[in-house]
Every structure is written in structure tokens, then in C-alpha cells.
Design a binder for this molecule. Sequence first.
Ligand SMILES: NC(=O)c1ccc[n+]([C@@H]2O[C@H](COP(=O)([O-])OP(=O)(O)OC[C@H]3O[C@@H](n4cnc5c(N)ncnc54)[C@H](O)[C@@H]3O)[C@@H](O)[C@H]2O)c1
Length: 320
Amino acid sequence: MTSKYLITGSTGFIGYHLVNRLCKDSKNIVYGIDSINSYYTTRLKKIRLRILKKNRNFSFKKLNMTNKKQLSLEINKINPNYIIHLAGQPGVMYSFKNPKSYLKNNLIATKNLINIIRHKNLKKFIFGSSSSVYGEQKKYPIKENSSLNPKNYYALTKKKCEEIILNDKKLNNKSIIFRFFTVYGPLSRPDMFVSIFLKNLKKNKTTFLYNKGNHFRDYTYVDDIVEFLIKSLKKRKNIFKKKIYNICASRPKKIIDLVGIMGRNLNIRPSIKFMPKRKGEMLKTYGSNNKLLKEFGKKKFTRFEIGIKKTIKYFKKYNY
Ligand SMILES: NC(=O)c1ccc[n+]([C@@H]2O[C@H](COP(=O)([O-])OP(=O)(O)OC[C@H]3O[C@@H](n4cnc5c(N)ncnc54)[C@H](O)[C@@H]3O)[C@@H](O)[C@H]2O)c1
């Protein structure tokens, strides 16, 4: 039987990888929507879209989810069985510069979507949330039931989106929330550390290491994220009662060590400059994936040393 999937944020980093994987099964019909905003270079989004359009079972519509009427028309037209909501305004530091963008693209866009789909005959709804909702914690690894301490506007809007979904009775047994921890991989976002570092290397520029590179990040390879998103679509109802799951490799890495691994991979000695800590940035992200693996089955997460090789290959090929 064919299934219809709607992926919001389909020209974004994670959305692109999810669409590509779903399209591999010719029984799936995959729809993508995205505003293709200019938070980062639209050239990269267009490269992703060009690759995605090679799939015959994929269709795309450029659409801003803050426009409820247009969103509603599109959803009525598609009538999807599954929705995976990945569109949004990411980035922690940018949230101090432009909080309005988070209000619009996270909160209003999600509210619009939920108001439209709550009356639909949908099988499952998945929301891509973030580890940043936890903020700083005393105990690591962070479990899903830890207290939430958003430290920036990005985290706050993600928390609010989660609440909208959790409080919606109509979506109760159909919705699931995944909290992603620092995702990396081919064609990843240019505002994230791995891309910034690779770009600086290419241009012979110095990379600033805030907090002297002593931040810990629970780097998680994008294919691993996608694997769990797809698994959850096929799982039975009980996983939806438990609602919130971290997706993380649960292997935090210090940024300074990451720099060493990437430098060795490229055989380049990077130029780095230590800088003080920045306001609003988390010192450590380190999640527990026990709940995830218990419900979805065991899995070996991709080692950073392996994932980064593929990331670098794409970085060179597409020159982004
Ligand atoms: N990449 C990570 O490390 C990470 C970690 C935690 C959570 N997340 C979350 O996962 C989701 C996907 O992240 P990503 O890294 O792929 O980000 P991304 O910026 O690459 O993708 C998001 C896409 O959403 C689109 N978008 C934004 N506002 C929109 C709107 N109003 N209407 C339609 N489209 C809109 C953008 O154009 C973009 O292409 C985001 O919600 C993000 O907050 C990502």
C-alpha cells in the first residue's frame, strides 16, 4: 500500500536527508514544503532541492507556514498520512539577534500546522525538537524527564512548540517529539561549527574556539537521526504514549578534540584562536539514549571519525 508523507523544511539539512531516504521506497509518495528562507545561503538549499527532484516520487512546494491559508490549502490537497515537521528557525546565537524569526517560524508556523491537522485523519505526526530545551543541567547524561531550562529564545520557542503538541488532545496518540542533539553530516548547515571550521580551513582562515574549545557536544550523524524518524513511523502505538525521546549518540566530544580529528582527516594543521565563552551557549550537551534504544531497539551510532569523512567528501564535491 502506498503512503503519503509530508515533510516540512524539506530543503533544510535534516529534511533533505529524510526525504531522500523516504524516496528510496517507491511505494512512498513524498511531499516537501519549505519557504527556502535566507537564514543561510539559499544556494545550498537549491543544491539539496536539485538532488531531491531526481526522485520521481517527490514533489515540492515553496510555501511559508506562517501563511495559514496557503498551508491549509496545500495540506488539504495532499491529504498526507504522515507529517514530519522539521521546518523552523534554528541556531542559538542568532536568536539573540533576531528573536522575531523564532516567534514566526517556530511558534506561529507550528501553531498554524497543528490547528490545521488536528481535524485531519492523520496516522502520525512527528516534531523535531532540540536538546537546547534542557539548558544547563547538573546531571549527565540528560534524560527526557530532566527539568527544562531554556537559555535562549530558540530553546524557549522549541519548548513552547512541544507544549502545543503535548496539550493537543486530538493528536494525543498520534504525535511524538524527538529532541535532536547536535546533528552533522553531508550538506549540513553552514552556521554550525563543523561547516564553519571546514570553510575556514579551505580559505586559510582562523577559527575562533569559544570557551577555549572546552564545550562538549553530543555529535549525532544525520543518517542515525533519519533512521529513528523512519522507524517511529512504523512502530505501534505504545511509543506514542511515551511521547518524548532524545536522539543522540550519547558520546559527547570536546570541540577542541573535534578540531584535531578534522585537521588530521584533511592533513592540515588548522589555525585556531581561543575566545571567551559566549552568552546563552550551553557548555555541554550530552544526552541519554536509553529510552530511545529501549523502545526502538539497539543500534550502533555512527562514530564521528566515520561520519566526518562523508561530510568532508560532500563539502568538497559541492563547494558550499
Ligand atoms: N541540525 C541540528 O543540529 C538540530 C538540532 C536540534 C534540533 N534541530 C531542529 O531540527 C529541525 C531541522 O533542522 P535543520 O538543521 O535541518 O535546519 P535547516 O535550517 O537546515 O532547515 C529548516 C528549514 O525550514 C525552513 N523554514 C523555516 N521557517 C519556515 C516557514 N515559516 N515555513 C516553511 N519553511 C520554513 C527553512 O527554509 C529551512 O530550509 C529544526 O526545527 C531545528 O530546530 C536541528
